[in-house]
Design a protein around this ligand. Structure first.
Ligand code: ADP
Ligand code: XUL
Length: 520
């Protein structure tokens, strides 16, 4: 009994990872792709296409079928399910599940001879679940902001200003458009706490990591905030589970799973958390001092924080760090999409973004910048139709465009993460574009820090497993050394000869933002 299971219910798939914390090994991996493996739900990418006015919903019954299927696959593959000591999980953040009174009872009565989805079919008070991609609650955000005393106050309390995809505004909308269904809702869960409840066979708590993505939890007290509850929807407190630290053990695994799939009946269920909080752990960055930058479709920057500071400009978010304290999450919408736009516009290749290509221009482009927003941006919140070169006498050359946009992206990240209040020792780079040495060098130079590359695939499931292992007494440093080690020989050091250039360029960038978008 020494293995640990981590699950990750993301937008498009549910994956499972079994680790042996003592040996530092991955023992088994399986996954279920919602579109491919559960085509009966008609959600090719895990959500319903064609939602009106920014609505993006998914189907909680699909998540239940996926849970059954992933355990069946583990069992069929001969995974040692009877040796799993603890399980935890990661859920796409912000998504919400609406359940009638009696949810806990229904879970306690689950029989192994029928599926989860069939047995729980009548327990939902709302058949679909809004997810993080939903942008339909602008009006509700404005109403909550007004009722709670302004954007700064909402941010001070919850760690973020009112955000469309966050759960509070989503709940408010549901209470307004379907008041009768809201009325009969007994409990509202997040994707994470919903699936943790199913595993535990009872309705369990929401953890502080994912709970902070609701605009409902008070960061300082790590509990529901009366002012925000009151500003959001009637009688809301009675419809929310309690908040608890992510390290809490919710109970032992439901007999549904031990009888049906052969899990050990003593297997402990540790609370689930959100995917970003779990990734923080999986990336080996749960202790303050490291900043993770993920260069994916969008870029994200996250870091463990020593103090629960909030972003004075209102762009970044603060969530609970599942291993204690807090973490920041900052999203930059113009990530790879913007890099690809430059590449396509000038018919370049990724080699032009690499060391060789970048050698054709000078660091800092002679103290000229390009504001790197090919489309609307959320950090900073600006509406933009194209990149803005600032201070250029003529049109930049394609090589200057490449350098300008990359430098602009990292300068923008540095500027908008200056409120974190952590002394960064190193920057951990991950995501598709992190492979590129030229891009990594610009990151190192702009931040003035050592950049390390991580090749952890599936950091959310891994982080969930590592959290469960820590809850069972494993040492986080040992786990990080075994599972989250930076790729060997791929560190990039900042070049001291460029330090002054980039310090000056930061000021040029700040001035350009101010002049072009009227931003402080
Ligand atoms: P996501 O998980 O958001 O789908 P990934 O982290 O997988 O994204 O990153 C994929 C992106 O990485 C691609 O769309 C591409 O723009 C970018 N990418 C891949 N290779 C390179 C490279 N060598 N240099 C720069 N960008 C790259
Ligand atoms: C974070 C966010 C996304 C989802 C993706 O605020 O909305 O990263 O968690 O699953």
């Amino acid at each position: 009994m020494s293995l640990i299971l981590g699950l990750d219910s993301s937008t498009q798939s549910l994956s499972a990872l079994i680790i042996d914390p003592e040996r530092g090994q991955i023992v088994a991996e399986e996954s279920v792709n919602f579109g491919k493996d559960l085509p009966q739900f008609g959600m090719e990418s895990g959500f319903l296409a064609g939602g009106v006015e920014g609505e993006v919903h998914s189907n909680p019954q699909m998540w239940l079928d996926a849970l059954d299927l992933v355990f069946q696959r583990l069992k069929d593959a001969g995974a040692p399910l009877d040796q799993i000591e603890a399980v935890s999980g990661s859920g796409q953040q912000h998504g919400s599940v609406y359940l009638k009174e009696g949810f806990g009872q229904a879970l306690a009565e689950l029989r192994p001879d029928a599926s989860l989805a069939d047995q729980l079919a009548s327990i939902f008070s709302r058949s679909s679940s809004p997810i993080w991609m939903d942008t339909s609650t602008g009006q509700q955000c404005a109403e909550i902001t007004q009722a709670a005393g302004g954007a700064e106050e909402v941010c001070r309390r919850s760690g973020s200003i009112a955000i469309e995809r966050f759960t509070g505004p989503q709940i408010r909308k549901f209470s307004q458009i379907e008041p009768a269904a809201y009325e009969v809702t007994g409990v509202i869960h997040l994707v994470s706490s919903f699936l943790a409840s199913v595993l535990a066979g009872k309705s369990v708590a929401i953890d502080t990591g994912d709970g902070a993505g609701m605009n409902l939890m008070n960061l300082a007290t790590a509990d529901w905030d009366e002012v925000l509850l009151g500003a959001t929807a009637p009688d809301l407190k009675s419809k929310l589970p309690p908040v608890a630290p992510a390290s809490s053990v919710a109970g032992t695994i439901s007999t549904y799973f031990s009888e049906k799939f052969g899990l050990n009946p003593e297997c402990q269920v540790v609370l689930w958390s959100g995917d970003n909080p779990c990734s923080l752990v999986g990336m080996g960055a749960s202790q303050p001092g490291k900043v993770v930058i993920s260069l994916g479709t969008s870029d994200t920057l996250f870091a463990a924080m020593a103090e629960p500071l909030t972003d004075p400009r209102g762009y970044g978010h603060v969530f609970g760090n599942p291993l204690g304290g807090n973490m920041s999450l900052i999203c930059f919408r113009n990530g790879s999409l913007a890099r690809e736009a430059v590449k396509d516009r000038f018919e370049l290749s990724w080699a032009d973004f690499d060391a060789e290509g970048l050698a054709r221009t000078e660091p800092g482009n002679g103290q000229k910048v390009i504001l790197p927003f090919v489309g609307d941006e959320i950090t900073p919140r600006v509406s933009s139709q194209d990149f803005v070169p600032v201070g250029w006498a003529g049109e930049p050359t394609p090589d200057e465009w490449v350098r300008g946009v990359l430098e602009g992206q990292f300068l923008n990240m540095k500027r908008h993460s200056d409120w974190l209040g952590v002394e960064t020792e190193e920057v951990l780079l991950t995501g598709g574009a992190s492979e590129n040495d030229g891009i990594a060098q610009i990151a190192a130079d702009v931040f003035g820090k050592k950049v390390r590359r991580l090749s952890v695939a599936g950091s959310a499931a891994l982080g969930a497993a590592m959290r469960a292992a820590v809850a069972m007494g494993a040492d986080i440093d040992k786990l990080e050394a075994a599972f989250s080690a930076p790729a060997l020989g791929r560190d990039v050091l900042p070049r001291s000869e460029n330090a002054e250039t980039y310090r000056d360029l930061e000021k040029v960038f700040a001035q350009a933002l101010k002049n072009s978008f009227n931003l402080a």
